[in-house]
Design a protein around this ligand. Structure first.
Ligand SMILES: Nc1ncnc2c1ncn2[C@@H]1O[C@H](COP(=O)(O)OP(=O)(O)O)[C@@H](O)[C@H]1O
Ligand SMILES: [Mg+2]
Length: 421
């Protein structure tokens, strides 16, 4: 390779410095003023300007930069305007010698941004002969760098605007969410207050309806004839049903509002099973179903919420009796792998495989011609599941249509196991 002449070496150095300088520009700086400075300082140009076409078609010059030697003169001459128009049109470099009145050799360099000639750089050197070809080639490369730099800075600015816009959007959305959350919380507080009031306002009169119809049914308020006894019996059973419904709805609401307090105290599981079984015995007797409890010898004290465990047991036993016409209902309880496993097994109508997925969903009763004969709220299993989960266990069902069902729930048999599942 031929060794560059001292002049070529100087131009090459200037170009490298230019490339480095333009690469370091940030969006704070104006590309065109900086390119002006570079051409004056690194390449010794006497004049630099940018020519472009305004929206009205007029060719104008901007960002003039001068070395000390050239007097300030800011209007473009008609020759310069023509040259700029030509370069904008063709995209090719031109150069010419003008007199201002001193001789000035000017190059017109196209600036290309995204495949379009957007402006023209005018570089003038005070000399009376045409600019050397080598220098013109380097200038063309500088114009290329200027175009890429301008494109880069423009996209950086655009990116920043997008980011700011996004940040603004996020802030707005966050504020909206905060308002929505505040509203939801207010509504929730209102709901809780409403439920607490309703619980009292509905339960109290219902209990007195149930109590007083009971008194009348017992004949304590005077003798009743058969028809009156029958009608009052219906009043009492409807009132009981309504009370159950209210209690269930209150339970679900409290669980969902996270307001249900769970106790954690030692109690005797064997006794709790006995109590639940005694509660449902009249129902089983009415249907002539055998009611069996099989509690393994190792089952005694567990630490959990006695009242809630009893509620789960009664719910499952009630279902088992409700959906069984012949045979027996059995409770089994044993300890397995540190878990207290309780099963309620019946020989009733069972559940079709396609209906298994509907179990444990609030207000879902499985629609069979038969099920309609059974009253209920469809909340029992959903409450059981939530309670079991709160107590640290699991509940599931197995069933065969026409064969019977088994509902199993687990509870941690010692408090240390809580929360491990
Ligand atoms: N032991 C069972 N045998 C057959 N079906 C059952 C049994 N337990 C529950 N089911 C089905 O699951 C549904 C939901 O039960 P549950 O949530 O307790 O509501 P409810 O008892 O008020 O109907 C019942 O309506 C019934 O269709
Ligand atoms: Mg039920």
């Amino acid at each position: 390779m031929e060794k560059p002449s001292p002049d070529q070496q100087k131009t090459l150095d200037a170009f490298i410095k230019t490339a480095q300088y333009l690469a370091s520009l940030t969006t704070q700086q104006d590309v065109w003023s900086e390119v002006g400075k570079v051409l004056v300082n690194f390449f010794g140009a006497d004049l630099v300007a940018f020519g472009e076409r305004r929206a009205d078609g007029e060719i104008i010059g901007r960002h003039w930069a001068f070395s000390d030697q050239v007097s300030s003169q800011r209007n473009l001459g008609s020759e310069a305007k023509e040259a700029i128009a030509e370069v904008l049109e063709s995209g090719f470099l031109t150069s010419q010698l003008v007199f201002t009145p001193d001789p000035l050799s000017v190059a017109f360099l196209p600036i290309t941004q995204e495949n379009q000639v957007t402006a023209v750089i005018l570089v003038g050197h005070r000399m009376s002969e045409p600019l050397p070809k080598d220098l013109l080639n380097v200038y063309l490369a500088v114009a290329g760098l200027a175009g890429t730099t301008a494109t880069r800075l423009a996209s950086e600015i655009e990116l920043r605007q997008h980011r700011q816009h996004l940040e603004k959007l996020v802030k707005e959305r966050t504020a909206e969410l905060a308002i929505a959350k505040e509203r939801a919380e207010a509504a929730d507080r209102l709901k809780s207050a409403f439920l607490a009031t309703m619980s009292h306002e509905l339960r109290t009169p219902l209990n007195s309806i149930i109590g007083f119809t009971g008194i009348m049914l017992q004949g304590l308020a005077g003798p009743l004839n058969d028809e009156q006894t029958k009608q009052l019996g219906m009043v009492q059973s409807s009132a009981r049903h309504l009370l159950n419904l209210i209690n269930d709805i209150l339970d679900i609401s409290k669980i969902e509002a996270g307001q249900l307090e769970i106790a954690s105290e030692p109690f005797d599981m064997r006794q709790t099973i006995g109590k639940a079984v005694r509660t449902v015995t009249p129902l089983a007797e009415k249907k002539r179903l055998a009611l069996v409890a099989e509690v393994a010898p190792e089952v005694d004290q567990i630490t959990s919420d006695q009242r809630r465990v009893e509620q789960i047991l009664i719910n499952l036993l009630n279902n088992a009796i409700k959906f069984t016409e012949h045979g027996e209902v059995r409770v089994e309880c044993r300890i397995s792998d540190g878990w207290l496993v309780t099963r309620v097994v019946d020989t009733g109508i069972g559940i079709k495989p396609e209906d298994m997925g509907k179990l444990f969903k609030a207000f879902r009763q499985i629609e069979t011609g038969m099920a309609r004969r059974h009253e209920g709220t469809g909340l029992g299993l959903s409450i059981c599941q939530k309670l079991v989960e709160m107590l640290g266990g699991e509940i599931w069902a197995e069933s065969g249509w026409g064969v019977g069902s088994t509902f199993t729930f687990t509870l941690p048999s010692s408090p240390s196991l809580r929360g491990t599942k």
